[in-house]
Write a protein that binds this ligand. Structure first.
Ligand code: FAD
Length: 308
């Protein structure tokens, strides 16, 4: 364990090599090791009671933080604030609020940030977001923030905020090349991102290649590996479309083998996520982000299967 931690630190947290301007006091982004979860706010207002009980269950697993997604284009931003408030203040677990900028203005983003700060949430995952389907060309072309890097620069004017950004082991689907994607990732770090959370992936080799290339490019802040448990074959179609992540053959074979049997598929999907995370941990990765999909039982089974 000690050796794993030592290697992990060497790989992900080279002390003294951080761009120090990015490291601010009392930030969860300075932790040497993190296991975190992602949740989404309920789609309907009357689902909040069950959302809170999901959070209570996830909280019992003692993650280092829980991040809360943001509706496309900023719709239902108040719900992100409400869920982040519950995590931070009722559960006493640090919360990261995702904030996207594609459909926002400086004024609207500032209003959301003020609401988050009022409830004590000052860790933000600063994202561009995807163009909402109902956004006109005129509104899109006149948007105040073009990229996540513009949002990061804007948010870094407030020294009380701790900022993370997103990264893509298989490259962002819009990116011209791996090279340009990494260049813009480095810009996010240079503008003040203190930590990156990766898009989900099902083949760890993508993550290892990506972190090697990121390191060569001068990216020194921690990169958390995003893992999503797939427990139904139906999830696959949606996830591949939304994330652009590829399905390696050995995982496709598992889905083909167990896809018709819900119980076996659930177990196989959880086992796959456990094996992925344990492999990452054994290879010195010290930050893991589980896309919990608001499923506390699945998340608990994964946590129980992890190497100490
Ligand atoms: P950017 O960093 O702006 O990158 C987008 C594209 O533009 C990339 O191809 C990049 O190479 C390129 N680029 C970046 N900077 C520049 C530049 N300065 N000049 C030219 N090109 C540039 N979406 C939501 O709506 N809500 C969420 O809560 C949410 N949470 C997410 C959490 C994680 C961990 C991840 C990985 C994604 C999440 N997303 C979420 C999806 C995200 O909004 C989309 O992937 C979006 O398409 C890109 O956002 P970004 O912040 O990575 O954008």
């Amino acid at each position: 364990m000690v050796m794993i931690l030592y290697i992990a630190n060497k790989i992900n947290r080279k002390d003294g090599e951080f761009p120090m301007a990015n490291v601010t006091e009392n930030s969860i982004f300075t932790k040497e090791k993190t296991i975190s979860f992602e949740v989404f706010p309920p789609k309907k207002d009357d689902d909040f009671a069950s959302a809170f009980s999901v959070l209570d269950e996830l909280g019992k697993l003692s993650p280092d933080y829980i991040s809360v997604t943001y509706g496309a284009g900023g719709s239902r931003a108040g719900k992100t604030v409400e869920i982040a408030d519950y995590i931070e203040n009722k559960l006493g677990i640090p919360s990261i609020a995702h904030v996207t900028c594609v459909g926002g203005t400086k004024e609207s983003v500032s209003a959301v940030i003020d609401s988050l700060k009022q409830v004590g949430v000052n860790h933000i995952l600063a994202l561009r977001g995807d163009r909402p389907a109902d956004m006109t060309d005129e509104a899109f072309n006149a948007r105040e923030f073009e990229h996540a890097s513009d949002l990061i620069s804007f948010l870094k004017q407030d020294p009380s905020l701790h900022i993370a950004g997103a990264c893509y082991p298989e490259k962002h689907f819009d990116a011209f090349s791996f090279e340009t994607d990494l260049r813009y990732l480095k810009a996010k770090q240079d503008l003040g991102a203190e930590y990156f959370i990766s898009q989900l992936f099902f083949d760890n080799d993508y993550f290892y290649d990506f972190t090697d290339r990121a390191e060569k490019k001068g990216i020194k802040v921690p990169i958390s590996a995003g893992i999503m448990p797939i427990t139904t074959p139906k999830q696959i179609g949606t996830i591949v479309t939304l994330s652009g992540s590829s399905i390696p053959k050995h995982f496709a074979d598992i889905i083909a083998k167990y896809g018709e049997s819900p119980e076996e598929m659930r177990k196989a999907g959880i086992d796959y996520a456990i094996r992925q995370i344990n492999d990452l941990l054994s290879n010195g990765v010290s930050h893991i982000h589980i896309y919990s999909m608001n499923k506390p039982k699945v998340t608990a089974e994964i946590m129980a299967g992890l190497k100490a």
